[in-house]
Design a binder for this molecule. Sequence first.
Ligand SMILES: C[S@@+](CC[C@H](N)C(=O)[O-])C[C@H]1O[C@@H](n2cnc3c(N)ncnc32)[C@H](O)[C@@H]1O
Length: 183
Amino acid sequence: MKVLIACEFSGIVREAFRAKGHDVWSCDILPTEIPGQHIQDDVLEHLKDGWDLMIAHPPCTHLAVSGARWFKYKQKEQVEAIEFFITLINAPIYKICIENPISIMSTRYRKPDQIIQPWMFGHGETKATCLWLKGLPKLKPTDIVKGRLARIHYESPGADRWKCRSRTLKGIADAMASQWSNL
Ligand SMILES: C[S@@+](CC[C@H](N)C(=O)[O-])C[C@H]1O[C@@H](n2cnc3c(N)ncnc32)[C@H](O)[C@@H]1O
């Protein structure tokens, strides 16, 4: 398949699909952390490039309910974030997964198709992650483990803290690549 991993700087989901033999590209306005097939650009310029599958991780800063106390100061940014999400989910691609934390998109768009947790995929921690799916089955847990640490609350402060919080976990990336490869 020709696969687009939209809004990914880490390269983690891209590499999981590459290991399955796909022609996969990540796209982000930032450079990729793992050298590989990466488009450093606005992903909106690349939605019509003939992809079979897109997995997108749009920014959640102005959408996540955890930031609700700031919404009133960032209304323009929030409108833009909603439009960005809607443009991605309406892209002309048959199979789409949009990933975001618990966010206002559950009411502004629709409820997610499923909510997953890292501990369902081999990482002993919690971070509720919503998936909106088109043309894809729900992701099945691959390795349910015991830990329930909210790791993201213990990340040390610093300029790269948001990156540590937002990198997709490998267990989830591997599950997506295994379960959504041969549909
Ligand atoms: C929440 S982070 C997702 C990180 C991802 N889970 C990973 O492992 O790399 C959102 C990403 O969207 C990127 N982004 C924001 N606007 C974009 C755009 N118009 N086109 C491409 N990427 C964009 C940001 O640079 C950021 O890296």
